[in-house]
Design a protein around this ligand. Structure first.
Ligand code: C2E
Ligand code: CA
Ligand code: CA
Ligand code: CA
Length: 277
């Protein structure tokens, strides 16, 4: 953390030992944190363009740690993945999300949930069976579950990911490629993969108002995505100008602070209530 006062800038950086210790603590405490309610799922709405109809929510995990305070996923998900604990995280987030989707269905609302996967799940031949089992247990139709995988994760070794992706696709869930544009894969290569949705990385969406290069990237992902029959989603939509520009390009779905920040379960319910009544 850095604090600046006048011309004195003092920077307090943890030592390597402290970083290592904290990572170790997080990993050893993670399962218990899941069980004791320290880990919670927040939800960020995804809306159709231009209608603004709520199509779904993305599940984003949060950890309220008794010692370290609120931790964002970037701080602990990589450690959880490296420790081989990501199945417990994915299972927890998927269960919480499917419980919500089921409750909405019972109220006559069709709202999908998107869950972020670790690329490690694609190495697990039993993963599709666990997804099928969760859909069955929660009585949710597969088309109301989206699974998001990062471009860098899938493209690192597409041949290895392919069998599991095919089986997930056969279940009828929606497969999305996240953070698109940040890797070096060609969009044409996506044609080889059984994916339904491409999410333009927020860095391009945030930059498109001021940077012609970012604007060109966004425009070409929308066009090529559509030519491949994919749903195109923009994340990081923070202002009206970006939303209007995306709608004019024909981008299908918007997600970002303009629509809503990620919300706790109860705040999401209030947000939906205000929207749908
Ligand atoms: P992501 O999947 O790319 O998620 C989008 C991130 O962008 C979220 O950060 C969200 O809060 C943030 N965001 C949303 N709208 C805006 C906006 O308008 N402007 C800006 N500047 N940012 C916006 P968050 O929640 O910190 O999540 C970070 C990453 O952690 C996610 O990136 C995802 O890769 C990972 N993650 C989150 N939850 C899970 C999970 O349950 N499992 C796994 N494996 N990874 C997760
Ligand atoms: Ca995501
Ligand atoms: Ca993303
Ligand atoms: Ca990200």
């Amino acid at each position: 953390a850095a604090r600046s006062s006048g011309e004195n800038v003092r920077v307090y950086l943890p030592t390597m030992g402290q970083i290592f210790l904290r990572r170790f603590q997080l990993v050893t405490q993670f399962r218990q944190a899941l069980e004791t309610g320290q880990v919670k799922v927040h939800y960020q709405p995804k809306v159709a363009l231009p209608s603004r109809q709520v199509l779904g929510v993305e599940a984003l995990v949060r950890w309220r740690h008794p010692e370290f305070g609120r931790l964002d996923p970037d701080e602990f998900v990589p450690a959880v993945e490296a420790a081989g604990l990501v199945d417990a995280l994915t299972g927890f987030v998927m269960d919480q999300s499917l419980i919500r989707v089921r409750k909405w269905l019972d109220r006559g609302l069709r709202i999908a949930a998107a869950v972020n996967l670790s690329v490690r799940s694609l190495d697990d031949p039993n993963f599709p069976d666990r997804v099928a089992e969760a859909l069955e247990r929660h009585q949710v139709p597969p088309e109301l579950l989206t699974l998001e995988l990062t471009e860098s994760g899938v493209m690192a070794d597409p041949q290895r990911a392919l069998p599991v992706l095919r089986r997930l696709h056969t279940l009828g869930v929606t497969l999305a490629v996240d953070d698109f544009g940040t890797g070096y894969s060609s969009l044409a290569y996506l044609r080889q993969l059984p994916v339904d949705e491409v999410k333009i990385d927020k860095s391009f969406v945030l930059g498109m108002g001021t940077d012609l290069g970012d604007l060109a990237v966004v425009r070409s992902i929308v066009e090529l995505g559509h030519s491949l029959g994919l749903i195109v989603v923009a994340e990081g939509v923070e202002d009206d100008a970006a939303r209007d520009q995306l709608a004019a390009m024909g981008c299908d779905v918007a997600q970002g602070y303009l629509i809503s920040r990620p919300l706790s379960e109860s705040r999401l319910e209030a947000w939906l209530q205000a929207r749908t009544t």
